[in-house]
Every structure is written in structure tokens, then in C-alpha cells.
Write a protein that binds this ligand. Structure first.
Ligand code: APR
Length: 256
């Protein structure tokens, strides 16, 4: 049921041009062209060398805080060294040009903000917003230590209660931030057009977002190098790199 870009292009542009509210829903694929490995890339993905359950759960953190904190500090350092790519920049431009854009991301990086988006609902938290494991108080980073991959690092301590500082990301088994999730679901149910960019759509509850929008009647467009199965007439799969497809869409919309 995949349709070619050429065929859907005018329909998609029309949907964007006519939309009063557009949702952009992003996953790791949107940061891939900045040099940030996606989680499930079998060859080079960050998870390929590690068991996520040994790194991305509260139990794992308590069992080996130095391993988990070291892993996230290494990832944070990688992120400090990369820059937004044309996909991020195109999404920021959409926010400037369209009447209303809600950006929902599963990414824990800050590349959308650095590209110029003024608001992003971070469903899985932020690697740049650590907090105390015990009392929840936010923690300010002192700097980014020079780190090698797989290097262990002792987590800092909370100024208030001396608890261990944990990464500000949502781990497997944890609830998503309530405000962000409610706002994301409401936006999906009320938008006219949703662009789902660079996500495998396997991690719940975020994965429901495109189908919520589609069921509510919005035009839903999946942008991914892999064909994404579509189930409704108002749903499209555009196969390609986010950094190539999104700038084309922005260029074509009358708004932009
Ligand atoms: N442009 C668009 N899509 C791309 C690109 C690209 N340049 N490169 C890769 N992709 C696609 C892949 O084909 C894949 O479908 O991005 C998707 C990345 O999928 P995942 O790695 O599963 O990332 P994501 O969907 O964001 O994962 C969801 O799972 O591990 C947890 O919390 C983590 O937020 C993450 C969540």
C-alpha cells in the first residue's frame, strides 16, 4: 500500500497548506544525519553493543550506577559534539511558517531546540536534565568529562539530600511525563496533519500517536528510509532520509 513520493507530493503539500494545526512527531531517525546512531540500527546502533536492560532501567542504575552514569555521560558528550541537520532545520522552519505546529519528540537530545524550535514535547525526557534519584531535585552539570566509550563514572551527588544523580531520561518501565504525554495525545487527536519522522513506532505509548491522529481524520505521513505499513486512506509512507524529504516539503508549502 506504499505510495510513491511523486504521487503523494501534491496531496501532501495540499494537506500541509490547508492545515490549521500540524503535528511533527520525531524519533531517533531525525537525529541520524547529525551522526547520532539510532537505537535499533543493527550495524551501528548504540544498543547493538549493550543490553538496554543493563543500561536503561532504574534497576540497572541501582545495580551499577557507575556503568549507567558513564554510559549516559558518554552519550551526552557525543551529543555536545554534533549539530542539527537539515531535517531539524526544516522542522524549525515549519514552526515559523505554519499557523500552529506541535513538535513531539521521543529523542532525549536537544537538536530540535538548537535548530530553533521554541517548544518540543520531550516524551522520553532529556539527557541534559539530570535529577536526584531520591528527591527528584534538578541537578546542574558541572561540565562534560572527557570520556571513552564503556568507561564507568561515579554519578554526582544531590546538593540537598546526597542522593545519586540520575539521567533525566525515561527508562524502560517508567511512566512518561504526564503533562507532555497528555499534550501530545491531545495534539494528535486535534491536528489536521501529522508528520511522523524517523521512528520505528515500536515503543509504547508514544507509538500510538500517529494512529490517534489518523483515526481522528488527520493526514498522516511517515518519513523513513524503510517503507512503513499504512492502514488508512489518509495515511502515507514517504521513503527517504528525513534530511532530504523534509526540506523539500518545506520548500513546496505555500506557507513556508
Ligand atoms: N531519516 C529518517 N528516518 C531514519 C533515518 C533518516 N536519516 N535513519 C534511520 N531512520 C529510521 C529507521 O529506519 C527507524 O525506523 O529511524 C527509525 C529509528 O528507530 P528507533 O531506533 O527504534 O528509534 P525510535 O523510534 O526513536 O525509538 C523509540 O525507544 O529506545 C527507546 O527511548 C528510546 O526514544 C527511544 C524509543
Amino acid at each position: 500500500m506504499h505510495r510513491e513520493l511523486v504521487q503523494i507530493s501534491s496531496e501532501l503539500i495540499k494537506a500541509l497548506d490547508n492545515a490549521k494545526h500540524v503535528v511533527v512527531f520525531t524519533g531517533a531517525g531525525v537525529s541520524a544525519e547529525s551522526g547520532v546512531s539510532t537505537f535499533r540500527d543493527a550495524l551501528s546502533g548504540l544498543w547493538a553493543r549493550f543490553d538496554p536492560m543493563q543500561l536503561a532501567t532504574a534497576e540497572a542504575f541501582l545495580a551499577d550506577p557507575e556503568l549507567v552514569w558513564g554510559w549516559y555521560e558518554w552519550r551526552r558528550q557525543l551529543l555536545l559534539g554534533v549539530v542539527p541537520n537539515p531535517a531539524h532545520l526544516a522542522i524549525a522552519r515549519l514552526e515559523q511558517k505554519l499557523p500552529k505546529v506541535t513538535l513531539i519528540t521521543q529523542n532525549v537530545d536537544d537538536l530540535h531546540e538548537r535548530a530553533g524550535n521554541t517548544q518540543a514535547l520531550h516524551l522520553h525526557g532529556s539527557i541534559f536534565a539530570p535529577r536526584c534519584f531520591d528527591c527528584g531535585r534538578p541537578h546542574a552539570f558541572a561540565g562534560a568529562p572527557a570520556m571513552a566509550s564503556e568507561q564507568k563514572l561515579e554519578p554526582p551527588r544531590c546538593d540537598m539530600c546526597d542522593g545519586m544523580i540520575r539521567p533525566g531520561v525515561v527508562w524502560f518501565g517508567e511512566s512518561l511525563p504526564e503533562h507532555a504525554l497528555n499534550a501530545a495525545f491531545a495534539a494528535a487527536e486535534n491536528c489536521d496533519c501529522l508528520l511522523s519522522v524517523g521512528t520505528s513506532g515500536v515503543v509504547q505509548p508514544a507509538a500510538q500517536i500517529p494512529s490517534l491522529a489518523s483515526r481522528a481524520g488527520a493526514t498522516v505521513v511517515h518519513i523513513n528510509p524503510d517503507a512503513v505499513p499504512v492502514h488508512r486512506v489518509n495515511e502515507y509512507s514517504v521513503q527517504g532520509l528525513a534530511g532530504e524529504i523534509l526540506p523539500l516539503l518545506v520548500q513546496e508549502t505555500q506557507h513556508a
